[in-house]
Design a protein around this ligand. Structure first.
Ligand code: FES
Length: 577
């Protein structure tokens, strides 16, 4: 049987037994014959969950999408995906990003969908959806849940995470009481939505927009703002058009030009270091080569424009009022591939050309940037042959070139057991090294990279130290923190060989990270090195350990990379019992 160009017709347009079954069973939901009249079916992939607080309002967003789909003559069908709640999920939501991407990919492929609207929000849910949609390659449009309203405590504005770390450090230094901390806790998260600094969720929403996978302006609209629902409705309408035209598909949008645009945007907004891993992973699904060197090339020629925490002063609500990502993209236009197609059918340049900035302290003009280079840099050297990442926009300028002696922690438990030990030989010039917190080591590469400063140094007023690990860092964090050291210590990378007292040199302007130990000594240490036994021997944990790639390959599974879209049209055969 020849496949119908509208995928859903291969399920619902049949006159055989299977067609009867496909229609009849769906009628249990109360749909009339009218919905099977040949109109496109639009799936709404919803990562709503009460365990993912950032996505807990997405059912309301889905209703707005449905409105749009119905009003444009489509047939919306909402379905759940697994959801990844950054704060509650252990050992780390990152361990399950690829699982969610598989869930999204397989649902899109297996069900009768002509287009799909991707509803995401919390950190990993956005890249997981984009990875899955890229692999399935059915026309897709994303709507993110939007950031929370700004937090406010006493006279202070509080930013998610960023101010939590700051207040917690104050508590450890003895300058804040438990009662005050408890009060601040309620003030920080006061509405629906995801973290409202330029953390990973806001960054990835911005990346989805910069890639061209959302309608313009999506990233910054606060979650409780009625305009987010209006945008969701419009996205539903657009999804029907995508379904009818069978495109543009993710493979037509997620091109090398789109990734260049996204990297430029990431650098200009001072985006989360996690964006590097996720963009590499999404590019891997789209078959676009994206070496870490490309991030550094573009970082060197992309100024930092967005004055947002943790790199700057403001919060996402201010970013929205200032004009949001379209203003950043308009400023960057001379550096962008303006002709990159986007999901609304127009080019990136056409989408942003007329964007207006309403607050130039929040979004700086290209000629008056906050910094001449992008927020994130890629380091290389004998300590990180596969690269490492540092967010210079959130680091201390005086530590960007630094030599110090290593204080080594073998893993996360060791760190927390000894960091405040009065006997620990450490001062502000030390370089804090944390091992076994990478993709395989932790496992899942948790956001443990911004290791705590010892309390006694905090009390002395030390606010930052050079910290090096194979972990990630929350997009809301700050400090001179070297992350994603590759290869990781758990697979015997040079990080595994560092010992207390070794001299380490960080030179951010030169983009280098050097372990000042002779090659001969390192070879001796390597010969004596033994891997730890795996932490999982069954289930998904085992699958993860056996197939996860290193950070420079985006931590995707080896068997999921590559442009291998399969659009299953063979709907014959018993699909019911
Ligand atoms: Fe979900 Fe920060 S915890 S975005």
């Amino acid at each position: 049987m020849t496949a119908h160009p509208l995928r859903s017709r291969n399920w619902f347009g049949r006159t055989d037994l299977d067609g009867f079954a496909h229609r009849s069973w769906l009628k249990t939901e109360g749909f009339s014959d009218a919905v099977f009249d040949g109109r496109p079916v639009v799936g709404i992939a919803n990562s709503w969950s009460e365990l993912t607080n950032c996505n807990a309002h997405l059912r309301q967003v889905a209703e707005a999408v449905k409105r749009g789909v119905w009003s444009s003559g489509g047939f919306p069908l909402e379905f759940p995906t697994i959801s990844l709640g950054e704060v509650l999920m252990k050992p780390t939501a990152m361990m399950f990003r690829n699982l969610m991407a598989m869930d999204v990919e397989e649902c899109i492929r297996a069900y009768p969908l002509d287009a799909v609207v991707l509803l995401s929000g919390c950190d990993k849910t956005t890249p997981a959806m984009l990875m899955g949609a890229a692999s399935a390659d059915v026309p897709a449009i994303m709507v993110t849940g939007g950031p929370m309203l700004r937090g406010r405590w006493r006279a202070e504005e509080l930013g998610s995470g960023t101010d939590l770390w700051r207040l917690w450090a104050e508590r450890r230094a003895g300058r804040l009481s438990d009662e005050e901390l408890c009060e601040a806790e309620s003030c920080m998260s006061r509405s629906s939505g995801h973290c409202m600094v330029m953390g990973t969720a806001s960054t990835m929403a911005s990346m989805a927009e910069a890639l061209g996978m959302t309608l313009p302006g999506n990233a910054a609209i606060p979650a409780p703002d009625s305009r987010r629902l209006a945008l969701a409705e419009l996205s539903g309408r657009r999804a029907v058009e995508l379904a009818r035209a069978d495109g543009p598909k993710p493979s037509e949008i997620l091109t090398a030009k789109a990734f260049d645009n996204a990297i430029r945007a990431d650098m200009a907004i001072g985006g989360s270091t996690n964006a590097i891993i996720h963009l590499v992973a999404i590019a891997g699904r789209a078959g676009v080569p994206l070496p870490l060197a490309r991030f550094d090339e573009l970082s060197k020629t992309t100024p930092l424009l967005a004055n947002l925490r943790p790199s700057g002063k403001y919060l996402m609500e201010d970013f929205f009022y200032a004009g949001g990502l379209p203003v950043v993209m308009r400023e960057l236009l001379p550096l962008l591939h303006g002709d990159a197609p986007t999901v609304n059918g127009r080019s990136m340049a056409d989408n942003v050309r007329d964007a207006r900035c309403w607050n130039e302290d929040v979004i700086r003009p290209l000629g008056v940037p906050l910094a001449s280079e992008g927020g994130t840099v890629i380091l290389s050297g004998n300590l990180c042959p596969g690269g490492a990442v540092l967010k210079q926009s959130a680091a201390s300028p005086h530590l960007l070139t630094h030599r110090g002696r290593a204080v080594v922690f073998e893993d996360h438990e060791d760190l927390h057991r000894r960091i405040d030990d009065p006997a620990l030989a450490i001062d502000e010039t030390s370089v804090l090294v944390l091992k076994h917190v990478g993709p395989r080591g932790a496992p899942g590469m948790p956001e443990w990279g911004a290791a705590p400063i010892p309390a006694r140094l905090l009390q002395k007023g030390v606010k930052d130290m050079v910290r090096i690990s194979d972990a990630r860092m929350s997009g809301t964090s700050y400090g001179t923190v070297v992350l994603h050291v590759t290869p990781e210590s758990a697979v015997g990378g040079p990080l595994a060989l560092v010992r207390d007292g070794d001299e380490i040199e960080l030179d951010v302007p030169a983009r280098s990270l050097t372990l000042r130990v002779s090659e001969q000594e390192l070879a001796t240490r390597k010969a004596a090195w033994k891997p730890r036994p795996p932490k999982f021997t069954r289930g998904y944990g085992r699958l993860f350990l056996e197939h996860v790639l290193q950070a420079d390959d985006g931590c995707d599974f080896d068997f999921l990379r590559g442009k291998t879209p399969v659009r299953l049209e063979d709907t014959a055969g018993p699909s019911h019992s």
